[in-house]
Ligand binder design. Structure first.
Ligand SMILES: Cc1cc2nc3c(=O)[nH]c(=O)nc-3n(C[C@H](O)[C@H](O)[C@H](O)COP(=O)(O)OP(=O)(O)OC[C@H]3O[C@@H](n4cnc5c(N)ncnc54)[C@H](O)[C@@H]3O)c2cc1C
Length: 443
């Protein structure tokens, strides 16, 4: 391995920027090129919102970019004289500013770290071809291309998807501005993206009905104020070897009166360890039957968002569980036919607009950036057995379709969902970035 390898990072979101900082921490003259096609450095999709009411769903105290400096973000807030404590939920755009500042390197570093505003179009062995025509040659390539737009649900036919009132991108607020305040809206999905959109509509003075339709119909739960991890539960979980062991232990503690939020918080830093221990069929079982329950226990909304959602219910905002069968349109309104969760007969809801809030797409063959789709088509990389991301080992080193490890290709963040499960948020990304930086630098 060269003593100072050239590392190319595709994607300048949180993962890419945190990796740059880790590489420079371990090797002050590391040679890096980072390519970002459109977003401000560090912002990605998550922190690229202009609205104060879109806040982090993790407390500030747990949002440092560096595992070794847990107070880094809170100290940054203090330095900027911003009125947020470690226990608070800070506007995401402020977190975007923090990450953007991490991308501002001292003048002396500008030659060794190139921030390239361009799109990666093709990856070949150690080469990255950019839309501008430039080709980068590196020793290692790290794919940190993150969260893709939600995939189009199968029940949304092309003719509906092309309608101007069908909104495929829930993060495109300019497009959502076209929704009239008195119009009825159907949101497909009930998670954090739905929450973002409901808050957006609320703050614009929306008076029309908003229906959230998802498979289970769960409404988001609120972050509790006094959550203390239970160490005995955590240790018992870590001693288990099977999914049924995890479930038995969880149920035992839940029956003793400990809430799902405390249980989830107790094992949160160890989820990757628990995931890596169980077999692929067990992981599949978890995804099929338990993923939504885990998601509701773990992905909570801050009180300030929850209280707005509560105020909107049940008069304006309602949650229904069911599976969409077909969508029609007549007299300026969509009619969404769905089979309710109770398996009653098909019923329908009408709306002027449909917003796809099903979360970042896992359908890479259709929705991933073109360079990644080509890599999949050409058999350079492959999907993990659960098809949640790319196949890789636990460090992020990518695996080829024959099962061999690529010596020079790595992935970060949500691309590793199948391998590590909990790897999409900053507390996990920063740990991966530190480990990956050491690995790439041969430390
Ligand atoms: C709406 C939302 C809110 C979230 N809130 C939180 C939160 O509060 N706390 C938390 O910890 N996590 C949160 N997350 C999780 C989030 O995944 C991570 O925090 C983090 O932003 C992920 O960063 P990333 O760099 O891996 O991906 P992304 O942020 O998606 O960045 C990937 C970047 O790659 C670029 N890119 C893609 N293809 C190319 C190409 N071909 N060439 C060049 N550039 C390319 C994209 O433009 C993008 O900027 C949230 C996620 C979402 C979607």
């Amino acid at each position: 391995m060269p003593s100072n390898p050239h590392i190319i990072i595709i994607g300048g979101g949180a993962s890419g920027i945190i990796l740059v900082r880790q590489l420079l921490h371990f090797h002050p003259s590391a040679h890096i090129s980072i390519v970002e096609k459109k977003n401000p450095w560090g912002a990605g999709v998550a922190y690229n919102t202009p609205y104060d009411f879109h806040v982090l769903n993790v407390r500030a105290a747990n949002m440092s970019a560096f595992p070794g400096k847990p107070d880094d973000f809170v100290n940054w807030l203090k330095e900027k004289k911003l009125p947020y404590s470690g226990a608070g939920f800070v506007p995401r755009k402020i977190y975007g500013d923090y990450l953007c500042e991490l991308a501002e390197l001292p003048a002396g570093k500008k030659e060794q770290v190139r921030f390239i505003r361009d799109e990666a179009l093709r990856v070949e062995k150690r080469l990255v071809h950019l839309a501008s025509g430039e080709t980068l040659r590196g020793d290692f390539i790290v794919i940190a291309a993150g969260n893709f737009l939600p995939t189009k649900p199968a029940a949304v036919r092309d003719e509906i998807a092309q309608d101007k009132n069908y909104h495929p991108d829930p993060w495109n607020y300019t497009d959502l501005e076209n929704i009239g305040p008195a119009e009825d809206v159907l949101i497909i999905g009930s998670g954090l993206t739905m929450t973002d959109v409901a808050l957006f509509l609320h703050h614009r003075g929306h008076t029309g009905e908003i229906t959230s339709l998802s498979i289970h119909g769960f409404a988001p739960e609120v972050h509790g104020t006094h959550i203390s991890p239970n160490e005995t539960f955590r240790d018992e979980m870590r001693a288990c070897e099977t999914l049924s062991g995890y479930l038995r232990t969880w149920k035992k503690y839940a029956a003793s009166g400990i809430g799902a939020e405390s249980l989830a918080a107790s094992i949160r830093p160890f989820v990757q360890e628990l995931w890596l221990k169980i077999s692929i069929p067990e992981r599949r079982q978890f995804i099929e039957h338990l993923r939504h329950f885990w998601g509701t226990a773990r992905h909570r909304v801050p009180e300030q968002c929850f209280s707005v959602l509560e105020k909107m219910q049940p008069g304006q905002l309602r949650f229904i569980g069911g599976r969409i069968k077909v969508i029609g349109k007549s007299a300026g309104r969509f009619e969404i036919f769905y089979v309710p969760r109770s398996y009653a007969t098909t019923t329908s809801v009408k709306a002027h607009h449909i917003i796809n809030c099903t979360g970042p797409s896992l359908h890479y063959e259709k929705d991933a950036p073109v360079f990644l789709r080509t890599m999949l088509e050409e058999g350079l990389v492959c999907r993990d057995p659960l098809r949640l991301g790319l196949d890789a080992d636990s460090t992020g080193q990518l695996i080829n379709p024959k099962g061999g490890l690529h010596a020079d290709l790595f992935a970060m963040g949500s691309l590793l969902r199948g391998t590590l499960w909990e790897i999409t948020s900053v507390p996990d990304i920063r740990v991966q970035a530190e480990k990956l930086a050491k690995l790439l630098l041969g430390l």
